[in-house]
Design a protein around this ligand. Structure first.
Ligand code: ZN
Ligand code: ZN
Length: 367
């Protein structure tokens, strides 16, 4: 599988005029070769020339972490006291254009620029993003397993099996985080628990606020779960509950949101531009008069990273193809009062949109 990805990367390098691809910390590296760099001060660098062998340069003391993959890369180590950047420059050689990992340390790039004055640099994502966006069948199944795990957690919340009233957001978030791990994720990426007016802040950080009867609570949770290839794939879901019957105005807002989210999912068919999917969800919210309260894009791609391409956003005319995986997550946020968001991960497929999150979309009324 990694050899096949390497082959596709080399084709893309040729199409984009990239002579050498340089990957360090960030999600491109594990996606391409199964190894995740430690994001520390010692240089890790995968050097992929368009032709010839790829080399993975790692600090000697981290070599035991590497699973060797003959045919994908040859391992090269460097020891403390050696000039790792000079070693890297030697592996790169004399080339016109290098593509450097978007999430690698800028410091290494600055040092490489000095070592390679004749080389121009591009972002690695010009090569990797179009490839990573389109998931193969194994990747879709890894995303589906991760989605099913967070579905079970929020189904428990919807059923009242997680105590809420009288606890702080942070206490509930800690319990959710433990459940994310218990459900088989390797790590927790986020546990947004936003109660009452805090739900009007889309990226609220769970805090000391005590959850009370008579208010809504928004849960947006996700983690990273290893697929069969040992590479982690992400989950991401949002659901809302209300402790006791909601006020009529909130119930009306939520009905609009639910219709908007369903419209976004239904629009996510192969061949539809991403911005049209955004528009399909947004139109429902605009038409109901809540447009000013929907303050973000409808969705983002997901895979090895919680947020990757393609974005479901105005201005993105990329047409969906089978294998694109992304969130559909409209929200309505009334500052100081309340807010709600509803999010599923969806895969574009030949026979129509394939939602990976399947638990109830309604506003669960508890107590
Ligand atoms: Zn989310
Ligand atoms: Zn999301």
């Amino acid at each position: 599988m990694f050899a096949e990805r390497l082959e596709r990367v080399r084709v893309a390098m040729g199409e984009r005029g990239v002579d050498v691809l340089l990957l360090s910390a960030g999600a491109d590296l594990p996606w391409l070769c199964g190894y995740e760099a430690m994001p520390l001060e010692r240089l890790t660098l995968l050097v992929v020339p368009r032709e010839g062998d790829a080399h993975l340069l790692v600090p000697h003391l981290e070599a035991p972490r590497v699973v060797e993959r003959p045919g994908v890369f040859e391992l090269v180590t460097w020891r403390d006291g050696e000039d790792a950047v000079a070693l890297a420059a030697g592996l790169v050689g004399s080339v016109d254009t290098a593509a450097f990992g978007d999430q690698a340390w800028a410091g290494f790039l600055v040092d490489l620029l000095a070592e390679l004055p004749g080389t121009s640099f591009a972002r690695a994502s010009v090569v990797t993003a179009p490839l990573r966006m389109v998931k193969d069948a194994a990747e879709v199944e890894a995303l589906r397993r991760a989605a099913a795990a967070v579905d079970r957690i929020l189904a428990d919340v919807q059923a009242g099996r997680v105590a809420l009233a009288g606890r702080t957001e942070a206490e509930v978030a800690a319990e959710i985080g433990q459940r994310i791990l218990d459900e088989g994720h390797r790590k927790v990426n986020f546990t947004i628990v936003a109660s009452g007016p805090n739900a009007a802040s889309p990226h609220h950080e769970a805090g000391d606020r005590v959850i009370s009867e008579g208010e809504g609570v928004l849960f947006d949770i996700g983690g990273t779960m290893d697929g069969d290839d040992g590479v982690g794939y992400c989950s991401d879901i949002t659901r809302c509950v209300h402790l006791s019957e909601p006020p009529v105005a909130f119930a009306e807002l939520y009905d609009v949101l639910e219709a908007a989210q369903a419209a976004g999912v239904a629009a996510a068919t192969v061949g539809t531009p991403c911005e049209d999917v955004d528009a399909a969800a947004r139109r429902v919210i605009d038409d109901a008069g809540y447009g000013e309260f929907f303050v973000h894009r409808t969705g983002h791609g997901i895979g090895v990273e919680a947020h990757e391409h393609p974005n479901i956003v105005v201005g993105n005319d990329l047409e969906l193809v089978a294998g694109h995986a992304f969130s559909i997550e409209p929200g309505i946020y009334v500052p100081g009062t309340w807010g709600a968001r509803l999010e599923d991960i969806v895969v574009a497929a030949a026979d129509g949109p394939d939602p990976l999150n399947t638990i109830d979309h309604g506003l669960a009324v508890l107590g």
